[in-house]
Each structure stands twice: as structure tokens, then as C-alpha cells.
Design a protein around this ligand. Sequence first.
Ligand code: HEM
Length: 181
Amino acid sequence: MADAASRPFAAGAIAVPLVLPVLGYLSTDVRVMFTVHLFLGAFWFGTAVLGAVVLGPVMGSLSEDANVEFAEGFVPKMNLLMEPVSVGVVGSGIGLASMMGLWASPTPSLWAAFVLAIALLVLGFGPLHKFTAGMFDEIAADNTDHERLASLNKKYGMLSLVELVLMVAIVATMSGLRWGL
Ligand code: HEM
């Protein structure tokens, strides 16, 4: 997978989202952590919307050969990038809340954010990972099973819509946090 996405891409995709929150925490400056969290959170949200609403449907509508070619470039990179980004967003959010002293008496919004974050991680590391790994295997195989690829693509597309709903909900809880709810 790392080779398919190119090694420098893989190194950056894993290191940047995981190192930034650690640096933010070590800085002991809540503004730095806030910026890291915003940067990663905005990236995750934007990519989730783009993937679910634009790229997924486009991929599904391509011819078999074009689909494989597109997926060859897209699947390994997305697979490597999005899991570290999701851990980075949730880690920076939990760290930020702790730097702001919010865990001393968590508000309903903080609990809701936490629960939604766990659900997003379970979805990402569970079924979404399984589907993309399956797509990767099919693309890499000598004789791609187009039916299986299309069915995985479809399941992935539907589940990314569920992910999108959870993402919108968690951003709503961010607004709640901002106003102390
Ligand atoms: C998809 C996941 C997430 C996204 C897209 C996201 C996005 C954001 C955004 C846009 C803000 C700035 C708005 C604001 O000031 O409230 C923010 C702030 C914040 N986030 Fe997140 N966040 C995510 C997950 C989390 C999680 C899981 C936690 C903790 C459990 C968390 C904790 C916080 C805290 C404490 C703030 C600062 C609130 C304040 O200014 O009073 N975030 N987040």
C-alpha cells in the first residue's frame, strides 16, 4: 500500500497528522493546539464532503477500465491519509479540551463530541478500512473482479454518507463547545 501511494506520500500522510497534535500539546500553548485542531478538523471535514458527494459518485459512473485506473491512484493514497488524519483530529480535540480544562466538568456537547468521535473512528478503522483494502486488492489483482470492485465501491459510497452525517453532527457539537453548552 505504501509503495502504491509512493513512499514519501505515505511517510508524510502518516507523520504530519500524528506529529502536529503532539507538538501542539507539547507547546503548552492552547492557541497552537487550537490551530492544529482546526487545521486537521477542517481538512477531514472537507475531504469527507468531497469524497462522499463528488469523488465517490464520479468513480461509480466511470467505465470499468477508467474506474480501475482512477482507483489505482486514489485508493492507496486516501487509505493511508485518512486514518492518521482522523486520529489526529480526535487526539487534538481531546488534548485541546484537556488544555482548556473542559474535562473537569464535561458539558453535554463535549460528551456528544466524544461519542461521535468514537463512532467515526470505529467506522473508519472498521468497515471503511475493510472496503478500501478490498478495493485495493481487486485493483492490484491480475484479473480484477469488476463486480466485486463495483459492489465495494457502492458500499463504501453509502457508508461515507453515514460518515458525513456524523461529521456534520460533530461540527455542530463544536459550535456547542464554543458557547459552553
Ligand atoms: C471530525 C471531528 C472534528 C472536527 C471537524 C472539529 C472541528 C472543530 C472546529 C471547526 C472548531 C472551532 C470552533 C470552536 O471554537 O468551537 C473546534 C473546536 C474545538 N474542538 Fe473540535 N472538531 C472535531 C473533533 C473534536 C473532538 C473529538 C473533540 C474532543 C472530544 C474536540 C474538541 C474541541 C474543543 C475543546 C474545541 C474548542 C472549543 C472552544 O473554542 O471553546 N473536537 N473543533
